[in-house]
Unconditional design. Structure first.
Length: 298
């Protein structure tokens, strides 16, 4: 585990800079940045996966709060996150307990090579999730319309159905929304993903909600998820406040700037930028998995 007193000026400056970049993405795209920050902390600074996951979820609470205050979501926009709340909480608890469970195991034998269980399980899950999200994000980026052609969830009206008049389309299935919250909550508790990475494609491609509305909704949900995940990981001792403090120094300012830019930039550029961020994070994760495999063979 890293300790603040062991870091030099360059390392501290680097952490603050990374926090600013991640905070900027939180405000601009409605994503918390944990999907990129957790691998970065583990790969380049040697922070253990459980500590990285817990510290990042705590950090994201800062810039996501700033982003929410900057966007000032209306009461109508808050309806969807509140419906998701129950599933989010249950998912967070299950995910954080799952991470604590596999943390107790040190290595697993994979094709004759001893691989660290926690690193392999978490990073492999990252790679699978990111591959699917990248496909959806790229498809959305090349689309010419603001609203996707197919909105699968809007056609699956499993009762009871909520009429969210502030959104278009306004009718959505409450069970589908609740199960979506469960999945997002689990990924947050297990991977440190705040939910924005998953939510943007779900809100735009599956629910048919416009991009800018989706970003605002996602920012609110990211805040809720970060708050719950921080509490859950604090119970398991996965949070390093030194790391969190440095990330917050840059992240809060970055989130403010990102939210302002995100409200001015074109929809097409938002989609292309989001796809690019996912591609970079997937490349980093795959590189780390390859490194683990090579190291195990030596």
């Amino acid at each position: 585990r890293l300790r603040l007193m062991e870091w030099n000026t360059i390392t501290i400056t680097l952490i603050v800079g990374v926090g600013a970049v991640i905070g900027f993405m939180a405000g601009m795209f409605g994503v918390g940045g944990g999907f990129l920050l957790v691998p970065l902390l583990n790969i380049f600074l040697g922070v253990p996966i459980p500590t990285a996951v817990g510290s990042v979820t705590c950090f994201i609470l800062g810039p996501s709060t700033t982003a929410v205050l900057t966007r000032r979501p209306t009461t109508g926009i808050l309806q969807l996150p509140l419906i998701l709340l129950g599933g989010l909480v249950v998912g967070i608890v299950i995910g954080s307990h799952s991470l604590a469970h596999i943390r107790s195991a040190e290595t697993v034998d994979l094709w004759g090579r001893p691989i660290q269980v926690t690193d392999f399980a978490v990073l492999s899950s990252y790679a699978v999730v990111m591959s699917g999200i990248l496909f959806i994000a790229v498809r959305a980026a090349v689309s010419q319309s603001e609203t996707p052609r197919r909105a699968l969830f809007s056609h699956l009206m499993i009762p009871p159905v909520a009429d969210l008049t502030s959104l278009s389309p306004s009718r959505h299935s409450i069970p589908l929304i609740a199960w979506t919250g469960l999945g997002v909550g689990f990924l947050s508790g297990f991977l440190g993903i705040s939910g924005g990475l998953i939510l943007i494609p779900i809100l735009t491609s599956l629910m048919g909600i416009r991009v800018k509305e989706s970003v605002t909704i996602s920012i609110v949900i990211v805040w809720i998820v970060s708050f719950g995940s921080t509490a859950a990981h604090a119970v398991h001792g996965n949070i390093d406040l030194g790391i969190v403090m440095l990330l917050l120094l840059g992240g809060t300012v970055g989130a403010r700037l990102g939210a302002e830019v995100g409200m001015k930039i074109s929809i097409r550029k938002l989609r292309m930028g989001f796809a690019g961020v996912v591609a970079v994070s997937l490349f980093i994760v795959c590189g780390r998995l390859a490194q683990l495999w090579i190291k195990a063979g030596n």
